[in-house]
Structures are given as C-alpha cells and as structure tokens.
Design a binder for this molecule. Structure first.
Ligand SMILES: Cc1cc2nc3c(=O)[nH]c(=O)nc-3n(C[C@H](O)[C@H](O)[C@H](O)COP(=O)(O)O)c2cc1C
Length: 234
C-alpha cells in the first residue's frame, strides 16, 4: 500500500511498481529458492552502474546445509558475552537529526507492529537474534568489498545490492539487507572462502515472504520529495 505521494504518480511503470512494493521483509515461508532463480538475479544485478566499471562487489549466496552451518556459527558467536564490532562504522555516534528521529520512529513502528513494548528488552533481543538466522529465509547472502577501495566503490556496491533486491522482487522474492551481520565477519571468514582483503559489508535474507505478514506489515514512512529534492528550471 503506497503512501499518498506515491499514489499521486499518474502512471507507474512496471519497474517503479517493483520499487515501491519492495520492503524489508523479516518473515519468510519455508520454501526453497531454485538455483536458476538465484543465478538469474545475479546475472541481472551485475549490470549495476559502477564508477569506471570496476565492479567492486563480491557476494556469497548460501542455502540448505551451507546456510545452516553458517547460521549455527553466527548464533554461537552471538551468544558469547560481549559483541564483536563490524570492520566499518555504519552510523556516527551520536546520529545527528533528522536521522536519529527517523531511526527512533522506525524502532517504534517496527516493534509496535510486533506488539513488543519499548521496555521489553527480552522480546527485542529475541527479534534481533533472528538476524543471525537471516530471519529464517531460505537464502542468506553475504556482501563484501575490497577493503583497499574508497567510498566511491561503496556507492557501487549499494547499487549492486539494490539491483539484487529489485530483481528478486520482480521474481516474487522478498529481501532484507542486514548490516547487523557485518559484526560477524570472523564467522564468515571461517565458513566461507573470503580473501584477506575482503571486508564484510552486510548480509541479506532472501526468500518467499510470508503473505500473512505482508498483509499486516507496517509501511515505513518515506520522506516526501520536498524534504530531499530541490527542483530548478522546470
Ligand atoms: C544497508 C541496509 C542495512 C540494513 N540492515 C538491517 C539490519 O541489520 N537488520 C534489519 O532488521 N533491517 C535492516 N535493514 C532494513 C531497514 O531497516 C529497512 O530498509 C528500513 O527500515 C526501511 O524499510 P523498508 O526497506 O521496508 O522500506 C537494512 C537496510 C539497508 C538498506
């Protein structure tokens, strides 16, 4: 269900419809995704634009026993006292406005939709732990980038990741990108053939979304175009 500003678009193209119907899904069916579908998504996503065509991305795609081994190791690491740190900083501390307010709003909408109160630390922790299992999606992806590269190449990786999400959506698959998993880079390194120069940027859950959740899920509010765009000469 798109918001009012999206509904005001006169005629949405098929690509635009896919873009607005994508959302971060954290609830999946236990239904496997065929290899041909995964390879089609990867074939498509590699057409992402990239500065000077350097194509700096790497992605590890796991399912079945390989995913189970990986998630068992992540959960074991997650249960250890003291949490490891990601090899990069996703947000500054403190997060400036308006971003801090948006993050708070996300938390209250998301946990509210699950009936989890703000002070219910145990339920929040249980929901957070579901990240470790790629939210029980049948496919878990891990994205890495060569640590010798600069911010520009991270832009390229973001475009590749977005292409994966949209290609997946166009095939009826949902996704949830997961920076949370970056902290378990040592686990990924032990379970997957990462080269020393590879830095774990994020994970991603992928699979067929639970239709019941899709019906009652909250829509994350999106800033109106007036808040971020400035149009001139029209
Ligand atoms: C790079 C990136 C990292 C994210 N990391 C996480 C994460 O670790 N855990 C999680 O539950 N959601 C994660 N998300 C999902 C966001 O919370 C979600 O995209 C955001 O709230 C907007 O909601 P929407 O995608 O449904 O529009 C991530 C999204 C992106 C793009």
């Amino acid at each position: 269900m798109p918001d009012a500003q999206t509904e005001s678009i006169p005629e949405m193209t098929e690509v635009e419809q896919i873009m607005v119907s994508r959302f971060a899904n954290r609830f999946y069916l236990n239904r496997e995704v065929e290899l041909e579908v995964i390879t089609a998504i990867l074939h498509t996503a590699r057409h992402a634009g990239t500065g000077a065509n350097v194509q700096p991305w790497k992605v590890y795609v796991t399912t079945g026993a390989a995913k189970a081994t990986l998630t068992d190791a992540i959960i074991a690491a997650h249960k250890q006292p003291g949490q490891p740190s990601s090899e990069y900083s996703y947000f500054p501390d403190p997060l400036p406005e308006p971003y801090a307010s948006r993050r708070r709003e996300f938390g209250s909408i998301f946990y509210g939709s699950l009936g989890i109160a703000h002070d219910d630390v145990a339920s929040r922790a249980a929901q957070t732990e579901r990240n470790c299992r790629f939210f029980d999606a049948p496919v878990g992806l891990v994205f890495t980038i060569d640590r010798r590269l600069e911010k520009g190449s991270w832009l390229d990786l973001g475009m590749f990741i977005q292409n994966i999400m949209l290609a997946a959506k166009s095939r009826g698959l949902d996704t949830c990108t997961q920076e949370f998993l970056a902290r378990y880079h040592a686990v990924f390194r032990s379970c997957l053939p990462l080269a020393t120069e590879e830095l774990v940027v994020c994970g991603m859950a992928m699979g067929f979304g639970d239709p019941q959740w899709a019906r009652r899920r909250p829509q994350m509010p999106k800033a109106s175009i007036e808040e971020f765009a400035s149009l001139h000469g029209f």
